[in-house]
Design a protein around this ligand. Structure first.
Ligand code: UD1
Length: 372
């Protein structure tokens, strides 16, 4: 039996590992283990996703918690070295671009263990973003690189990654979305929040560049508060925003907003139930840009760049930046117009995890077919 060890760390990782875990489970020649680094630890930032996604509880927990990037990455590295020494997996599988992704690839590679990176090749070309550093280093070291879109292949080739390491497989996050839409639709979240389908907006913000400085955060919230004059805006608040939310300037802006509703972070299914029926999404999240495209909901990305250009070129995403006047104008354009005419990018078809599991099986020398 060959052993695959998954490393999960933070909220967006869980949705990417769930379909992969399920696809690999079909192959009797493979075993798998999940290690949770503990980068995210609140019930509604971690545990709730395991429940919503049917992901088994982690086999090992490192419980590193929050800290500076260096402290967090270093603690994860130390914990993982111990786990990998005991487990000796044949392959370490990492997803996304969080600190745990980087830590895992560094430790495993130095221990001579093969690494696969799912969601490889995305680039914002903005090294002030911590995730960009994580992406660049992870992709240089990983042995197998699974890309969600062809722009990612181009980025990897330009950086000198040997083509035989690169596998264009589509978007594993969209596997989870497509598999979960029906069960999400049955949840009564709209009634609970007093919302009407198609007549509200959803906002998420958590990038350090948008939320850590209270004045910048207040300016953004001012623009979003203006949008809420047209329709209710629901904002599930990421814990990173808590410090800035307490700032007097931010509180003053929130008090003036017409209908901006701050709520606690939601689980995967409730959040999907909310986003899938929204008129408009305002976000700085990477995953939500992709989910909006898959759902056909207009998305305004409150950042200057995106590592997911396919969502702008083919999907429903518009890069808007953080200038209030531009946010107001773009929101008005969407609210005055028809639904966006985006289309689904290639291979965002719900079968990405199965394609990845096939490659894992091949590479690990298993001859058994992976069930679709
Ligand atoms: C991390 C990822 C980011 C991802 C995001 C999704 C990195 C560099 N960043 O950012 O790519 O988009 O997760 O959410 O890996 N906190 C809690 N409870 C938790 C987790 C965090 O209260 O369960 C608070 C702590 O104050 C912490 C802060 O949120 O210091 C930031 O958490 P951290 O994991 O460092 O980064 P995120 O901003 O969540």
């Amino acid at each position: 039996m060959k052993k695959i060890l998954h490393v999960v760390s933070a909220r967006p990782n869980f949705m990417k590992v769930a379909p992969l875990y399920a696809a690999i489970a079909h192959n009797q020649a493979l075993t798998q283990t999940i290690v949770h680094t503990g980068q995210h630890y609140d019930l509604n930032m971690s545990e709730i996703f395991f429940r919503d996604l049917g992901l088994p509880s982690p086999d090992a927990r490192l419980d590193v918690g929050s800290g500076s990037h260096t402290a967090q990455t270093a603690h994860i590295m130390l914990g993982l070295e111990t786990v990998l020494s005991a487990e000796r997996p044949d392959l370490v599988s990492v997803v996304g671009d969080v600190n745990g992704t980087l830590a895992a690839v560094l430790v495993a590679t130095k221990m001579g263990i093969a690494v696969a990176h799912v969601e490889a090749g995305l680039r914002s070309f903005d090294r002030s973003m911590p995730e960009e550093i994580n992406r660049v280093v992870t992709d240089q070291l990983a042995d197998l690189l699974f890309t969600p879109s062809l722009d990612a292949n181009e980025n990897l080739l330009r950086e000198g990654v040997p083509p035989e390491r690169i596998h264009f497989v589509g978007n594993v996050l969209i596997d989870t979305l497509l598999a979960s839409r029906e069960s999400a639709a049955r949840l009564p979240i709209l009634d609970a929040l007093g919302l009407v389908a198609g007549d509200y907006a959803v906002c998420t913000l958590h990038r350090p560049s948008n939320v850590d400085d209270p004045s910048r955060f207040a300016r953004l919230l001012g623009a979003i508060g203006d949008v809420s004059e047209r329709l209710p805006v629901v904002f599930p608040v990421h814990p990173r925003c808590r410090r800035s939310i307490g700032d007097p300037e931010v509180r003053a802006v929130l008090a003036k907003a017409a209908d901006l509703r701050l709520i606690s972070p939601l689980g995967y299914l409730e959040f999907l139930a909310l986003t899938s029926r929204a008129r408009l999404i305002l976000t700085d999240s990477g995953g939500l840009q992709e989910e909006s495209t898959a759902l056909g909901v207009a998305c305004l990305t409150l950042r200057e760049n995106t590592e997911r250009p396919v969502t702008v070129e083919l999907g429903t995403n518009t890069l808007v930046g953080a200038e209030p006047a531009r946010i107001r104008a773009e929101a008005a354009r969407v609210l005055d117009g028809a639904r966006p005419a985006g289309r689904m990018p290639e291979l965002w078809d719900g079968h990405t995890a199965a394609r990845i599991a096939d490659v894992y099986a091949d590479v690990l020398g298993s001859t058994m077919a992976v069930a679709r």
